[in-house]
Design a protein around this ligand. Structure first.
Ligand code: FNR
Length: 418
C-alpha cells in the first residue's frame, strides 16, 4: 500500500514541485513578504516534544471525533484553498472524492475552480460508492464577505441548499497580503479556467477577465511584461484596490479585486452573517490569532474559531499559529470549539496541536501537493500519510482516544534544546 517514492509529506512536496509550472508552484507555496511566518508555522512544532506513556494497551486506537453532528475519521480536515484546478484538472472534485473516501471534512474556497454544487455532488456520489455507513462528510464553505451583499447572500443560500454544514468567514484578509512572487509572476488564473461559483449565480464574469482577454498569447505576454518596468508597475497596481478600498469594487468578481474587504467589522458583518445563515449553517471565523478576538467571537455568538494566519500569506511577522493557539484556548475555555491550521506536515503535528488544546486541525498546502502529484489518488496519499502517522503517534505516546490527548503529553524546549 505504500508509495515507495513518497513516504512523507516532505517527499510529496518535492515531487509536486517538479510537476507544477512555476506560476502555480509559486502561488501555492509562497508566503507574504520574506515568508518568515510561513516558515515559523512549520518550525513552531519543533519547539515541542512528546512525553510518551508506556504499558497502556494500545491495541485498539480510535482516531475519530465528532464534528458538525457527524463523525470525522481523524481530527483533521482539508482547509479551503483557492483554484485547485491549477494543480490538477479534476481540482476540487478530486479533493472532495478523496475526503469522502477518508471520511474527513472539506473546506471549499469561494474562489474554487468548481461550483459548490458540483463539489457537493462529487461528495454524495463518492460516499455512495464507498458504501460503509453512508454518512456524508461535512462540507464547509469558506466565505470572503463581499461589500455588495447580494453576491454573498446568493452564495450562502446555495450552500444551504447543497447541504453545507457551516461557513468559515475568513477574517484575516481586510487587505491582501503582499506576495512578491505573485506580483513578479503577474499571477492570473489561466484563460481556460474560471471561478464558476459567481457565474453560476449570474454575477458578472467570475473568471479573471484580464486573463480571458489574453487567451493564447498569455504566457508570452507575461514574459514580455516581466522585463518591462512600466508594465510591471501597471500590473502591480492591479493587486491592490485602486482607491485603497474606500469604495466597493466594481466590475467582475475576481480574487484580486474582491477577496479583500477592508470594511469587515464585528458588529455589522458577523451579525448579518449569523442572521443570513440562520439555524441551517454554523458560522465560524477563520483567521483569529489572539485571546481578545477569541473573546469577541464568543460575544458575537460565532459557533467556532479557526486559529489561522492564512498559511503565512497575509501578515508576515505575525505569530506562528501554534504559538497563538494557547492564548486562544485559554480565552475560550471550551465554550466553543477551537481549530487550528498552518504548517501541519506530519501526524505528530496534529498530536501536538491537540495537546495544546486544539479540537481539530486543518491542512492546506499538503493537499495541493497531493493534487499535483496524482489528482484524487495524490490527495488520498496525503491523507493516508497523516492518518497513519497520527495513529502511530497516538499508539507510541500511549493514547487510545483523541479526547485523552492533553498538555501532559508535551514539553516545550527552549532554543538551546532544553
Ligand atoms: C489558501 N488559504 C485560503 N484561505 C481562505 O480562507 N480562502 C482561500 O481562498 C484560501 N486560498 C488559499 C490558497 C493557497 C494556495 C494557500 C496555500 C492557502 C489558506 C488556507 O485555508 C489555510 O489557512 C492554510 O493553507 C494553512 O496553512 P498550510 O497548511 O498551507 O501551511
Amino acid at each position: 500500500l505504500h508509495d515507495l517514492n513518497c513516504l512523507t509529506i516532505e517527499e510529496l512536496e518535492k515531487h509536486a514541485a517538479t510537476l507544477m509550472d512555476k506560476q502555480t508552484r509559486d502561488y501555492y507555496n509562497e508566503g507574504a513578504d520574506s515568508g518568515s511566518t510561513l516558515r515559523e508555522n512549520i518550525t513552531a512544532f519543533t519547539k515541542y516534544r512528546i512525553r510518551p506513556r508506556v504499558l497502556r494497551d494500545v491495541s485498539r486506537i480510535n482516531t475519530s471525533i465528532s464534528l458538525f453532528g457527524t463523525t470525522s475519521s481523524l481530527p483533521l480536515g482539508v482547509a479551503p484553498t483557492a483554484m485547485q484546478r491549477l494543480a490538477h484538472t479534476d481540482g476540487e472534485l478530486a479533493t472532495a472524492r478523496a475526503c469522502a473516501k477518508y471520511g474527513l471534512p472539506m473546506g471549499l474556497s469561494s474562489f474554487a475552480t468548481s461550483t459548490l454544487e458540483d463539489v457537493a455532488e462529487a461528495v454524495t456520489s463518492a460516499t455512495k460508492q464507498e458504501g460503509g455507513s453512508g454518512e456524508r462528510i461535512p462540507q464547509v464553505l469558506q466565505l470572503y464577505l463581499f461589500e455588495e451583499r447580494e453576491h454573498s447572500r446568493k452564495l450562502i443560500q446555495r450552500a444551504k441548499k447543497a447541504g453545507y454544514k457551516a461557513v468559515f468567514l475568513t477574517v484575516d484578509t481586510p487587505m491582501l497580503g503582499r506576495r512578491n512572487l505573485e506580483i513578479r509572476n503577474q499571477f492570473k488564473l489561466p484563460a481556460h479556467f474560471e471561478i464558476p461559483n459567481f457565474k453560476a449565480q449570474g454575477d458578472e464574469n467570475g473568471g479573471d477577465a484580464e486573463a480571458e482577454q489574453e487567451a493564447g498569447a498569455e504566457v508570452n505576454n507575461r514574459r514580455r511584461e516581466q522585463i518591462k518596468g512600466k508594465e510591471r508597475r501597471k500590473s502591480e497596481a492591479g493587486f491592490t484596490r485602486k482607491d485603497g478600498g474606500r469604495s466597493p469594487p466594481k466590475g467582475p468578481i475576481t480574487f484580486h479585486s474582491h477577496a479583500a474587504n477592508p470594511t469587515l467589522s464585528w458588529e455589522r458583518d458577523i451579525t448579518w452573517l449569523k442572521k443570513e445563515c440562520g439555524s441551517d449553517m454554523q458560522v465560524w471565523i477563520k483567521g483569529v490569532a489572539t485571546a481578545e478576538d477569541a473573546q469577541l467571537a464568543i460575544e458575537y455568538g460565532v459557533d467556532g474559531i479557526v486559529v489561522s494566519n492564512h498559511g503565512g500569506r497575509q501578515l508576515n511577522g505575525a505569530l506562528a499559529t501554534l504559538d497563538a493557539l494557547p492564548e486562544v484556548v485559554a480565552a475560550v475555555q471550551k465554550r466553543i470549539p477551537v481549530h487550528v491550521d498552518g504548517g501541519v506536515r506530519h501526524g505528530t503535528d496534529i498530536f501536538k496541536a491537540l495537546a495544546l488544546g486544539a479540537d481539530f486541525v486543518w491542512i492546506g498546502r499538503p493537499v495541493l501537493w497531493g493534487l499535483a502529484y496524482g489528482g484524487q489518488q495524490g490527495v488520498e496519499l496525503a491523507l493516508r500519510l497523516f492518518s497513519d502517522e497520527f495513529r502511530l503517534a497516538m499508539g507510541l505516546a500511549g493514547v487510545t482516544k483523541v479526547e485523552d490527548i492533553n498538555k501532559s503529553y508535551l514539553v516545550k524546549i527552549d532554543k538551546s534544546g532544553f
